[in-house]
Write a protein that binds this ligand. Sequence first.
Ligand code: FAD
Length: 414
Amino acid sequence: MSTRYDVAVVGGGCAGTAAAVGAAQAGARTVLVESYGCLGGAATMKGVSALCGLYTEADSEQVVFGVGEQLLSGLRSLDAVVEKVRFRGVVAVYDPEAVKRVLDLVAGRAGVDVLFHTSVVAAERDGSGLRSATLHGHGGSTVVEAGTWVDASGDGDLTSSAGASWRYGNDGHIQVGTLGLRIGGVPRDLTLSHDDLRAAVASARRQGSTHLDKDDSVMIRLPLSGEVGLLLVDEQYDALDAGSVSRAEIRARAKAWDYVTVLRTMPGWENAYLAQSGPVLGTRESRHVNARYRLSADDVARGARHDDAVARGSWAMEYHDRPGGASTWLPVADRGTYDIPLRCLMSEDIPNLYAAGRLADGDRLAGGSLRVMGTALATGHAAGVAAAAHVHSGCPPSAGDVRAELQRQDARLP
Ligand SMILES: Cc1cc2nc3c(=O)[nH]c(=O)nc-3n(C[C@H](O)[C@H](O)[C@H](O)COP(=O)(O)OP(=O)(O)OC[C@H]3O[C@@H](n4cnc5c(N)ncnc54)[C@H](O)[C@@H]3O)c2cc1C
């Protein structure tokens, strides 16, 4: 492993993987640092199994290509995706195991140096710029230098370590976290009934299980395993406080087992079992980078166009504001797309620091749209290409240059 790169990306979720691949495909020597032992982030580690933000809600038009399309194409080759499935919006349903394998291949093909089981624990500045970061793994600490940086850690660890400007949540609000559940033992030909689920939870509550605060959830049949994905267990906690997160994980796992007992009372679910929780509690929102532009709910609601657009969002503003509660759902204008400006991905105070995925800058409701994985693939791809262009020219690139390279990489922006 080298200790000097053109571009360093922190966090190997959808955003970070797309950023690293985009940067490497643009010719930058790129390292991708990931705390877990696989890529995908929430797509593989938080019990999420539907890619939102890939299609318009109005007519299911695919709006994210580039690295997003590389992921879809790899999933197709493993029969591990069902595309254009309509829930509230339009999604691609996938098997998380397959995402791990496909992203290994996509990153490997692009020539990205991937460092698993490694976390960024500190960062060092050089004047206003970010010079290096201290990585920690089982072998101890290493310092890596890079010309430009992408923070795709979701929690903003690099941003915070570098002393760049950030905020926790928005206006004092933070979305709830959820422990994803994968349930096995449900016959493949059984129709998944929300009425049965609500009735089963209501009956359990009448018998005293009042801690089961949610009585409905998405129910997703995974293409390969046939397991059913559920998002039933909500928790409110401070994502930056290890004690608070740990207590929430423990409460959530206990609740998950109680829910499984309830699920087994549903017709056809008698043999249901908990195939997997999480593996980790799903934090929807944590730090946000304060960027040069904050996308607003108004931008999303009216499908705003921006001269420096480098990606498109298409998912409604979906905001989960209390455990067990229904989420807010405010559609994009004409159920189409809105532009995401390059400025939303540029730290307001560290010129060589870019942000992507759920760190990209949006206000409370706009952030509820920006954060989803299809859109994270798009903002990640754009941030990685911008970081590569920046290191080549020695200054922040124009949006036009970023768009040109994105198009060369098949991003198919309008
Ligand atoms: C319960 C839940 C349900 C959701 N449902 C959906 C859904 O159905 N569809 C959808 O599209 N979106 C959904 N979302 C939203 C979506 O999953 C996330 O917003 C999206 O994954 C964000 O992508 P990301 O790459 O920015 O971050 P993440 O996927 O969170 O990835 C961040 C990565 O950074 C790594 N990391 C963090 N800190 C460090 C560090 N210091 N050093 C190294 N690595 C680090 C983490 O290990 C992780 O792999 C859901 C989210 C949750 C929590």
